[in-house]
Ligand binder design. Structure first.
Ligand SMILES: *Cc1c(COP(=O)(O)O)cnc(C)c1O
Length: 404
């Protein structure tokens, strides 16, 4: 079809990552010798636990394909881990994936056909839309608003967007990009809605341990009806091994897991050496998670304290994960991000955040919103946020002058 310039419709319509597409701008800024504080990408800076590397060093023999479901020992570790959270997954309910990304893709593929749709809560983790489009699945969205703390939208909003082709609801908890941890009542309302409309729930729980202020992130598995639930999980954020590409998909629904197994077989196996190393991570004491959550909580406080006094900002205190979303008193956050890279620096330093427009499916939403990933130490974060607010002030003055 000429229209697509010789490519598939899928290829030509795939959304570019709203974050990664700005990287050429920051590369250019860095080449000019300006230091860029990267608060734009959600990749933790904390050290990978040494036990992972120590185990990998003992790897020998053949780096062959593992079973397509993953190494049995790793699946057993996952099962024990879930049981600590009172989530009753047996080894046979779990398949190891190439990160949470593949788990989400498999989950969508297992329940939705091309032309079907899935419900996301916008602003959403931007790759969800790419995974769905790749499979020819439509994304429809209910909107959570900055002014409401990005809380779960009212169920009437879900009723309004659902179609006869809607197959599932997909959302993370704790949340990316907003750091929301949903209450039991919010999650129960989604469960009730899903049951009433015979939808699956694809629940992305990759940030399970990272919660603040003593809150617990409830798993959707805490609400029963296990045959309707698919859990997408990952070790990337929990153990700071984003590069290892290890996650898991888990469900009590045997028909779903049989289908997922066929998908897993088609891609042969997840990375063998990473799986082997990851087994050791499950032996870390619980204090490991507590320390990690406390570190992110400290950073959350720094970012929130620095930003909350910006005139005109709408900012909510995140309760989990390592992101903060905010509405800024600006016209266009993508322009602002580019401007911060191209036209602004303070003592030869600038700050890069992620514009939130690409985290929405509804046109023009999120245009004045940004996401900050607090993946730097507190001291750097404080400076990065202060540079951001200095830049913002000048950006807005510049606009006023331009209009005159
Ligand atoms: C980072 C992330 C993922 C996927 O990460 P993987 O490295 O593929 O495991 C999935 N969901 C959310 C919400 C994320 O932030």
């Amino acid at each position: 079809m000429e229209r697509y310039d010789g490519l598939s419709k899928r290829a030509s319509e795939l959304p570019a990552s709203p974050i990664r597409k700005l990287i050429p701008y920051s590369d250019e800024t860095e080449q000019r010798g300006v230091k860029v504080y990267h608060l734009n990408i959600g990749q933790p800076d904390l050290k990978t636990p040494q036990i992972y590397f120590d185990r990998i060093r003992t790897f020998s023999g053949v780096d062959d394909y593992t079973n397509s479901a993953g190494l049995k020992e790793l699946r057993e570790k996952f099962s024990q881990y879930y049981k600590k959270w009172s989530i009753p997954f047996e080894t046979t309910d779990i398949i190891i994936t190439e990160g949470g990304s593949e788990a989400v893709s498999f989950a969508i593929a297992a329940v939705a056909d091309p032309g079907d749709d899935i419900i996301l809560i916008e602003p959403f983790y931007a790759n969800y839309a790419a995974f769905a489009r790749f499979l020819g699945v439509n994304v429809i969205a209910v909107t959570s608003k900055a002014e409401n703390g990005y809380r779960m939208p009212a169920i009437e909003e879900f009723e309004r967007v659902i179609t006869p082709k809607t197959r599932a609801i997909l959302f993370p908890n704790p949340g990316n990009p907003n750091g929301v941890v949903y209450t039991e009542a919010e999650l129960q309302s989604v469960m009730d809605f899903a049951l009433r409309n015979d939808l699956y729930i694809i629940t992305d729980e990759v940030y399970r341990e990272i919660t603040f202020d003593g809150l617990k992130a409830h798993s959707m598995m805490d609400f029963g009806h296990h045959e309707k639930i698919i859990v997408a999980d990952s070790l990337s954020k929990r153990f700071n091994i984003c590069g290892a590409r290890i996650g898991a998909i888990a469900s009590k629904n045997k028909r779903i897991m049989d289908a997922v197994m066929k998908m897993a077989m088609a891609r042969l196996a997840a990375n063998h050496i990473s799986q082997y190393g990851a087994i050791g991570l499950f032996d870390l004491p619980d204090s490991y998670f507590k320390d990690m959550a406390r570190e992110y909580e400290k950073r959350r406080d720094v970012v929130y304290e620095e930003l909350k006094n910006i005139p005109g900002i709408v900012v909510n205190k995140p309760q989990g994960a390592f992101y903060l979303a905010a509405k800024l008193p600006i016209d266009d956050s993508e322009n602002f991000v580019k401007w911060m890279l191209q036209n602004f620096n303070y003592e030869n330093k600038t700050t890069m955040v992620a514009p939130l427009g690409g985290f929405y499916i509804t046109p023009n939403m999120g245009k004045n919103e940004i996401r900050i990933a607090y993946v730097l130490n507190s001291e750097d974060l404080r400076e990065a946020c202060s540079i951001l607010s200095k830049g913002l002030e000048i950006y807005n003055q510049r606009k006023i002058f331009a209009k005159r």
